[in-house]
Design a protein around this ligand. Sequence first.
Ligand code: SF4
Length: 429
Amino acid sequence: MRICVYTLGCRLNQCESEALADSFAREGFDVVREEEGAELYIVNTCTVTAKAEQKARRMIRLFSSRAQAVVVTGCYAQMAQQELESLGSNIMVVPLVKKASLLKLAGHLRAAMSCTVDLVSALRSFVEPDSTVFDYSAGSFSYHSRAYLKVQDGCDNNCGYCRVHIARGPSVSLGRDEVIRRALELEAAGFSEIVLTGVNLTMYDHEGEGLGGMMLDLIPRLSPSTRLRLSSMEPDHIDSRLIEAVSSSAVHPHFHIPLQSASDRVLARSSRNYDRKHLEWVLDSLRRVKDDPFLACDVIAGLPAEGEEEFRITYSFLKDHGFAALHVFPFSPRPGTALYGARDRCEERVRDERAARLRKLSDELGAVYQARQTGRTLEVLLESRRNGLWRGTTGNYLKVEVEEAPAFCTRGQIISGVLTAPGRLSALR
Ligand code: SF4
C-alpha cells in the first residue's frame, strides 16, 4: 500500500513527518511523494497563518477525493478537529497532543489489514496508545538527506500574534543524555548532518542548563566530521553560552532568527521579550564567532503598532545588518490571540505593500550574499543527483550544483568545494 505524508509549516513538523514516514517504511508500506498518488495520506498541518490553514483544507479535500483515507494531525488539527473531520467521510483527525501515537499506526494497519479489514475501518479501530512528544526518533529518513532531531516542544512565551504555543502547550525538553544518545544513533545510521529542532529551540532546558550547555556537552562526543544545524533561534534565549557553542566548527554557519520586527514599540506591543539592542548583540556575536554566516530571519509586515516610522526602523535594520534571506509574513490576526481584533494595525493594502518591499529587499540581500561568497571554500551536503550532477546545500545554506564531484560520492555525504559562481560549486579533489 502506498502512503504519503504531506507536511505544512515549520521544520519541527517536517521532522515529525520524517519519523512518521519512516515508521511506515519499516512496516513495509511504500512511502511515496504527493504527486505519485497514495491510498492513504497523512496531512501534518500548521496554524501559524490563515493561509496555512486554507491550504491545509484544500489539500485535505483533494486527498479525500482521491485516496481511500486521510489522517489529519498537527497544530491546526488541534485547534479545529470537528471542522476538519467534516471535510470528508474518509477523514480521521488525530489532535496534536496524540500525534506521536501515529508512530504506532503502521503496525496497527498492517495487522488489521492482514485480517482483510478495509483501510477506513482499520483506521477507525486504531486506539491511540500512550505517547510523548519525543517519541519521534527516526533512524532513517525517507525524504531527506539530513536527520532531524527534536529536542524541545511547546513554548512558555505568549506572543500576541501566535497560537502555536496554545496548540503545543508549555515548553518541554528532551533530557541531555537522551539527546546525546539519539544524536549518536543518527550518526551511527550514517547521517553526517543533524538538524536540532524544537517549537522554541532556544527555550531548551535540562536541569537549568540551556541549549548552549547541552550543545557544549554534545559536540565533543560526535565524530569530528558530523555537522549540526539549528532549525531556528528565538532571540530572547540566545545567550553567551549558546554563542560559545555555535562557535564550534561542528555547527554550520547558518542561523535563522524569527526577529519579526526591529522596532521596540512593535516588539513590546507583540509581547516579544527582547528589544533591538539585544538583536544587535545577537547578530554581532554570531558574526564574531562565524565568518560571514548565512543569517536569515522571519519578519512580520503590518503588526499592530507598526506605523511608517516603525516599518522604516525594521527595514533599515534588516538592510544594515546584511541578512541573506528574509521570510516575510503579512500580519494575519489569529482567533484566540491577544492581537486578534487589534485596532492599531494598518490597512491590508499598506501591510501588503510593506511585505512586497521586504520581499524585494530579501532578493537584493540574497544576491549580495551570494556574490560575497563567490571564491570561498564551502562544505556541501549532497542531496540528489540528476544527469550526473550532484545538487546540495552548503553549510551556509546555499543551494548549489556540484561540478567535478569525486566518483565515490554518495547521498548525504559532506564534501568541500569552491563556489565559482552563484549556485555552482567546484568540488575539491
Ligand atoms: S516564541 Fe512566541 S511566536 Fe514563537 S512559539 Fe512561542 S509564543 Fe509563538
